[in-house]
Design a protein around this ligand. Structure first.
Ligand code: ZN
Length: 523
C-alpha cells in the first residue's frame, strides 16, 4: 500500500478511463468497498483537461519476473529542503505517461522546490539551487512537448512563500520571500530568472543555450609500441599501461570519437553533436568535424612518414581528408631533434635514395626545443624522435604512408611500408625549414596569439597569468590546457583537459597560471 508508483493510475484511470486498473483491483481486493456502476458513472465525467502536480519520481527497474522493483538512490542524491529527491526526469516521464495513457491535454498544476532561503547581507535572497532545479525540470518538460505531449500550461509552485499543508511555514516554496513577522516581500534571484524565462518563452533555459556551454571532452587514449607513461602521469589519462602513445583530446574521428562529459550534450559523442547541432560549430560547410587534436608521447622514435593532400586522399583513400598537421613541442630532452623534410633535389634522386636506403643523406634532422611550433604540409617527410612530447593539431584524417621504420620488427615482422604511395605524394624539393618552424616563446601574455594560419586551420596560443579575456568570434574553438591550471568562465581546468567553446559563446574569461593551445577553421 505504500508503493506510490501505483498512485497515478489508481486515482486517474477511473476519472479518465472509467475503470480501475485490473491489477490494482486484484492487489487491493481485501481493502476495497463495493464499487457500483453508478459510482463509476459519477467518477468518469466528460472533462476538458487533466491537471497533475509533479515534484519527483521513483527509479524502478524490471526484476527477474518482469515486475517493477524500486532502486535505491545513491547516497548524496540531491534533495530539496523538505527532503524530496531532485529528479527532473520525472517531469519528462510523468508527462509522457499521462499524455499517452489518457486522451486529454495536461496542465502541470504544481512543480517547484523548497529551499533553505535566507536574506543575505546585500538584502537579497540568492537561491541558485531553485534556479538549477527549475532550469532542469522545465528542460525536461520541453523535451516531452517536443516529442508530442500536449501540455497546455505550467504552474510554478509557488509565487510567495506560503503555508504548506503538512509543514506549515517551515518550508519556503516561493520565488518571492516573505518575512512572516514584518510581511515584507523580497523577490528572490529565481524570481528575476523566471521573469526572463517567461519573457523569452523558455529560450533562456540551459537546454536551449548549447552555445553558451563549454563542451568538455573525455579523451580517447591509444596503446602504441613506442608509447610511454607521461599521458597517464602528467596529462590525466585514466587508461592503464606504460605504452600510451596518443591521447585524442578533441576528436570526432570514428577511430576515437570523444564523449562530452557534462552539460546538455553529456554522454553524446562529438560526431553526434556535430551532426545534430551544426549551429554549435557555426554551421560550417564540412561533412565532418574538421580537426583532430591529440597529445603524443614518443618514448621511442616514430616511423618516417608522409601524408597525402585532400585531392590524393579523396581519390585513393575512399574520400578521406588529406592530412595537414602541426606540432607544438610540450617537452623534450635538451638536444632533441626530429625529422622534417628531405635533401633530394629531384623525384629520381628521391626514389633512388629511398630504394638504396641512404637515409642519413636523405632525411633532414632539425633541432627542436620546448615551445617550438612546426607546420607539416602534406607531402612533407617527417618523424617524431624518442623523448618528445607534443600536441598535434591536424585535419580529421588518419591517412599515413610509412616511408621507413628503422628496420624495426613488430611481433617478429617488419611493419608495412608504403613506399610507392609515399613517392607519389612527397614534395620535391622540400620546403625550407625556416618556413615551417616557429619559436613561440614570444607573444603578449593574456592574449590569444595566432601561431599559424593555413586553409585547414588556425592555431593560437594563450598564456594566462592572472586574468585574461577574449571574444570567441570563431566558428568554434578547440582548446587544450598544456601547462598549469586555472578557471575558465567559472569552470576549473588543468593541464591535460580538452574542451570546445561553441560558436557565439561570447566572452571567455580565464584566470590562473596556465598555457592553452587553441585551434579553429576558417569560415
Ligand atoms: Zn604525421
Amino acid at each position: 500500500m505504500d508503493n506510490w508508483a501505483w498512485n497515478v493510475s489508481w486515482f486517474s484511470d477511473p476519472v479518465f478511463l472509467g475503470h480501475y486498473p485490473e491489477e490494482g483491483l486484484e492487489r487491493f481486493a481485501a481493502y476495497l468497498p463495493d464499487i457500483t456502476e453508478s459510482d463509476m458513472r459519477l467518477i468518469h465525467q466528460p472533462l476538458d483537461f487533466m491537471g497533475q502536480n509533479i515534484y519527483n519520481g521513483y527509479c524502478v527497474r524490471a526484476d527477474a519476473n518482469g515486475e517493477p522493483e524500486a532502486i535505491r538512490r545513491v547516497p548524496g542524491h540531491p534533495k530539496t529542503a523538505i527532503g524530496w529527491p531532485v529528479t527532473p526526469e520525472a517531469l519528462y516521464y510523468g508527462i509522457r505517461f499521462l499524455t499517452e495513457r489518457y486522451p486529454l491535454p495536461l496542465y502541470i498544476t504544481e512543480n517547484g522546490m523548497a529551499c533553505h532561503d535566507l536574506v543575505s547581507s546585500d538584502g537579497r535572497v540568492h537561491d541558485p539551487n531553485r534556479i538549477a532545479f527549475l532550469d532542469a525540470y522545465l528542460g525536461a518538460m520541453q523535451r516531452a512537448c517536443e516529442e508530442g505531449s500536449e501540455v497546455l500550461g505550467y504552474f510554478l509552485w509557488t509565487f510567495l512563500d506560503n503555508f504548506e499543508w503538512v509543514n506549515g511555514y517551515q518550508e519556503r516554496f516561493g520565488i518571492v520571500y516573505v518575512d512572516y513577522t514584518t510581511q515584507q516581500r523580497i523577490a528572490k534571484d529565481s524570481a528575476f530568472w523566471y521573469q526572463k524565462v517567461m519573457e523569452t518563452n523558455g529560450a533562456l533555459l540551459s537546454c536551449n543555450q548549447p552555445m553558451k556551454q563549454i563542451l568538455f571532452l573525455k579523451p580517447v587514449c591509444t596503446h602504441n609500441i613506442w608509447g610511454g607513461r607521461k599521458l597517464r602521469e602528467e596529462f590525466g589519462c585514466s587508461e592503464e599501461g606504460d605504452d600510451l602513445g596518443e591521447c585524442w583530446g578533441i576528436s570526432a574521428h570514428p577511430n576515437g570519437d570523444g564523449v562530452v562529459r557534462s552539460g546538455v550534450f553529456a554522454g553524446k559523442k562529438l560526431s553526434w553533436v556535430w551532426e545534430k547541432h551544426p549551429e554549435v560549430f557555426g554551421n560550417l560547410d564540412y561533412d565532418r568535424f574538421p580537426l583532430l587534436t591529440k597529445v603524443i608521447d614518443a618514448r621511442e622514435d616514430l616511423s618516417i612518414q608522409v601524408h597525402p593532400d585532400d585531392a590524393y586522399a579523396q581519390k585513393w583513400e575512399n574520400g578521406s581528408f588529406g592530412k595537414t598537421e602541426c606540432w607544438y613541442i610540450l617537452d623534450c630532452p635538451k638536444d632533441a631533434t626530429l625529422i622534417l623534410g628531405h635533401n633530394a633535389a629531384t623525384k629520381e634522386e628521391l626514389a633512388s635514395m629511398i630504394h638504396e636506403g641512404r637515409w642519413r643523406e636523405l632525411l633532414r634532422e632539425i633541432p627542436v626545443k620546448k615551445g617550438d611550433f612546426i607546420q607539416i604540409d602534406p607531402g612533407t617527410v617527417h618523424a617524431i624522435k624518442g623523448g618528445i612530447l607534443l600536441l598535434e593539431t591536424q585535419q580529421n584524417s588518419d591517412i599515413t604512408y610509412r616511408v621507413y621504420d628503422y628496420n624495426r620488427l613488430s611481433n617478429g615482422v617488419p611493419r608495412e611500408l608504403h613506399v610507392e604511395k609515399s613517392l607519389d605524394v612527397i614534395t620535391v624539393p622540400a620546403k625550407p625549414v625556416q618556413e615551417s618552424v616557429k619559436t613561440s616563446d614570444a607573444g603578449e601574455k593574456n592574449e590569444l596569439c595566432m601561431l599559424y594560419d593555413c586553409p585547414y586551420y588556425q592555431i593560437f596560443r594563450i598564456q594566462v597569468q592572472g586574468r585574461a579575456y577574449f571574444e570567441q568570434k570563431y566558428p568554434f574553438l578547440s582548446m587544450s590546457v598544456i601547462e598549469g591550471d586555472g578557471i575558465i568562465n567559472g569552470y576549473p581546468v588543468k593541464k591535460g583537459m580538452h574542451f570546445l567553446l561553441p560558436c557565439g559563446f561570447g566572452r571567455a574569461e580565464l584566470s590562473g597560471e596556465m598555457i592553452l593551445i587553441a585551434s579553429t577553421v576558417r569560415r
